[in-house]
Design a binder for this molecule. Structure first.
Ligand code: ADP
Ligand code: MG
Length: 368
């Protein structure tokens, strides 16, 4: 295992008592992996990186890199490096000196040093910028310099704390692609922290979803989206509509549910996870729902309601459909309707129908 965090607990004393920034936290990262750690602000992401980097020690637990324990090693003795959100480079130094900064104590000849710096300038697509003052660079360029400065030390694990957080949307999207391809080139293990779930899905081999100092789920991006293990993950990653349901039978991994709004439905489920009579949540993603302005022929898996609102998102629209008796409107992202038609329906307060395929349902245990 490249990186292994074993039962790490870190608490801070606060006026209202000890605060568990990390609570029995464990995580494994394999060689060359790009793992994202995603979670809301304050859930402990930075604390985790600071523990791995050695800026902080855990109150309990251990940390290993390639099998060697590093829990209490000082930061400069660890094979790690960290990149921060706020481009922590020296503004008055030129780009080359910034990138070479960590190598100043190594006995390299000037030529060797500059060859090395040139290689990293090329890697971050800033060849020829070595003599520029760092303060003359744009935000995105500074962040690339910070990245090169960390990578030139050839860490076994690179820790990135919301490194794209200060960039505007377009630049951020470009940097996401660049960073991912750069990671593949250098083959270094990346632990990438973000609060942006979309960013975590688009960049990583694996995603660890955190909440209140704990990991909720670690999966590949598609598994996380298609098979969230609990309500919090399902809500945090993308949008989902939940309906209450009760398990009525289980046969050969097919579960039947009874739901007030969906009627009787069947879907695949694991045999030994649910019991008959158990109350569960049945979830469905907005893009798995179809909106119809005329009542479709089928009589099962159909819900009727009224469109309350539209949010236009460019390549698709989200329709919020109010279902009689449900407190939260259902979010539908359907492309088979015409917006003008729907606008008219909203004005006339007319009915619409929502259909879905039962294979698209996500069943989740309640209070898990
Ligand atoms: P994140 O990076 O996910 O936003 P942090 O790891 O920075 O979260 O913080 C986790 C929790 O620990 C937060 O509630 C934060 O307020 C608290 N915390 C972080 N650092 C300290 C500190 N030095 N002293 C007291 N509380 C802290
Ligand atoms: Mg943070």
């Amino acid at each position: 295992m490249k990186l292994h965090v074993n039962n790490a607990t870190k608490f801070y004393e606060t006026k209202s008592g000890p605060l568990h920034a990390l609570d029995n936290f464990s995580m494994d990262v394999t060689e060359g992996q790009f793992i994202s750690v995603v979670g809301p602000s304050g859930c402990g992401k930075t604390t985790l990186l600071r523990l791995i980097a050695g800026f902080e020690n855990p109150d309990q637990g251990k940390i290993f890199i390639e099998g060697d324990e590093i829990t209490y090693l000082p930061p400069n003795k660890r094979p790690t490096n960290m990149v921060f959100q706020n481009y922590a480079i020296f503004p008055h130094m030129d780009v080359a000196s910034n990138i070479g900064y960590g190598l100043r104590k190594e006995k390299l000849s000037k030529k060797e040093l500059y060859q090395k710096i040139d290689r990293y300038l090329e890697l971050i697509k800033l060849s020829g910028y070595g003599n520029r003052k760092a303060e003359q660079l744009s935000g995105g360029q500074r962040q690339r310099v910070a990245l090169a400065r960390a990578l030139i030390m050839q860490p076994k694990v690179l820790l990135l704390d919301e490194p794209l957080g200060a960039l505007d949307k377009q630049l951020r999207a470009n940097m996401q692609i660049e960073l991912r391809s750069l990671q593949k080139d250098v083959g270094i293990t990346f632990v990438f922290v973000t609060h942006d779930q979309e960013e975590s899905l688009s960049m990583s081999d694996r995603v660890a979803v955190m909440s209140r100092g704990k990991i909720l789920q670690v999966s590949s991006p598609d598994e996380l989206y298609e098979k969230p293990e609990n309500e919090e993950v399902a809500n945090f990653i993308g949008t989902i509509n939940f309906f209450d349901a009760t398990v009525s039978s289980i046969n050969n991994e097919i579960c039947s549910f009874k739901s007030k709004y969906l009627g009787m439905i069947q879907t695949n489920c694991k045999n030994n996870v649910y019991s008959i009579g158990e109350e569960v949540l049945v979830g469905i993603r907005p893009e798995k729902l179809n909106l119809h302005v005329n009542k479709p022929e089928q009589d099962s898996w159909i819900i009727e309601g009224i469109v309350e609102n539209i949010s236009y998102l460019g390549e698709r629209s989200h329709y919020y459909v109010k279902i009689d008796g449900l407190s939260k409107s259902v979010s539908v992202s359907s492309q088979n309707v015409n917006r003008a038609q729907i606008n008219q329906l909203i004005n006339d307060n007319k009915k619409v129908w929502v259909t879905f395929d039962s294979d698209s349902l996500i069943v989740i245990k309640k209070n898990s």
